[in-house]
Design a protein around this ligand. Structure first.
Ligand code: UDP
Length: 316
């Protein structure tokens, strides 16, 4: 049987676990790799024992090897929420830099195609809006977010070097804010924070005046975009995200309304270097991949709310 095999680093994380589901459903053999510092095996518990699925606990900043053939690698291992990478600055830099080097070396050895998970954070606090892939960004290298932003920028540079110098088949996705089931309730991002606060009647903590904007993409849409990018011929970075932009204050109000919560909005200090605006320009994704988001924020938030209710109160 000629089954294709894919390695997913960060396979026990929010996005990694959804990728495991998708590739298994498409008939691939899947190896999920994770060191479990921010990922959790409960995200992939339903896959244990399934034909074609294997989990390996490993830190990809160390020498990484997988037995047998390998067709594709998706490199998704990294702390990804601001609170996590502020708590784990060295690990974040290491997995983006050393981990990416290990993964590219493994791909070269196996003649596998690699897709790396980059981020809208490569644009930093952007001076052009919406962000197109040809924008080089406005990043503070020594700021608190620099540990993530610069790791991901290095990751892109290293990936392009392997592509240009070794002829490796590479893909770079720049992921914008994504949400959905399996986000950690306590990962500190706006959506998990607001939903858990609203559901437990606590104050909703909007940082700053809440006029900063984000554009939120439902996880199923993101996974579809990544799947198409991997199978495309495009080596240059592609933004994947939902262009529907909203201020954080209005987003908090939307969640209060959706949950029919009596929580009040309170304001806390805006973290340093917090980007003021963010919206993907998805012209390239549309023309190269024929992709655009299908799930509206109302629909996506409703689905996500079911998950958070279950996580917080065990109710369906
Ligand atoms: N934010 C907030 N309250 C929270 C968590 C986040 O107001 O409890 C703000 C944060 O300052 C940022 C936006 O929401 O402006 C999105 O933050 P998140 O951590 O979700 O991701 P980011 O897009 O900054 O990586």
């Amino acid at each position: 049987m000629n089954r294709k095999k894919v390695l997913i680093t960060g396979g026990a994380g929010f996005l990694g676990s959804h990728l495991c589901d998708r590739f298994l459903a498409e008939g691939y053999e899947v190896v999920a790799m994770d060191n479990l510092i921010t990922g959790n095996t409960k995200n992939i518990a339903h896959l244990f024992g399934k034909d074609g699925f294997k989990f390996v606990k490993h830190d990809v900043t160390n020498y990484t090897f997988v037995e047998g053939n390998l067709d594709y690698i998706l490199h998704f291992a990294s702390p990804a929420s601001p609170i996590d990478y502020l708590k784990l600055p060295i690990q974040t830099l290491k997995v983006g830099a050393l981990g990416t080097h290990k993964i590219l070396g493994l791909a070269k050895e196996k003649k596998a195609r690699v897709l790396i998970a980059s981020t809208s954070e490569v644009y930093g606090d952007p001076l052009i809006h919406p962000q197109t892939e040809d924008y080089w960004g406005n990043v503070n290298p020594i700021g608190f977010r620099g540990v993530y932003d610069e790791a991901k920028r290095f990751m892109e540079a290293m990936t392009m070097a392997y592509h240009r110098y070794h002829g490796l088949e590479t893909r770079i996705v720049r992921i914008f804010n994504t949400y959905g089931p399996r986000m950690r309730v306590d990962d500190g991002r706006a959506l998990p924070a607001f939903m858990s606060q609203a559901l437990s009647g606590q104050d909703i903590t909007v940082f700053g005046d809440g006029s900063q904007t984000r554009s939120f993409c439902y996880v199923d849409d993101l996974i579809e975009g990544i799947y198409r990018l991997l199978l495309s011929d495009e080596p240059m970075p592609v933004n994947i995200g939902n262009p529907s932009e909203i201020s954080i204050y209005d987003f908090a109000k939307e969640i209060i309304e959706l949950t029919a919560s009596s929580s009040k909005i309170i304001h806390k200090d805006l973290p340093k270097d917090d980007p003021k605006v963010r919206q993907p320009d998805i012209t390239r994704a549309k023309s190269i991949l024929g992709w655009e988001p299908q799930v509206s924020r109302t629909e996506g938030l409703t689905r996500t709310l079911e998950y958070f209710k279950k996580e917080l109160h065990g109710v369906q």
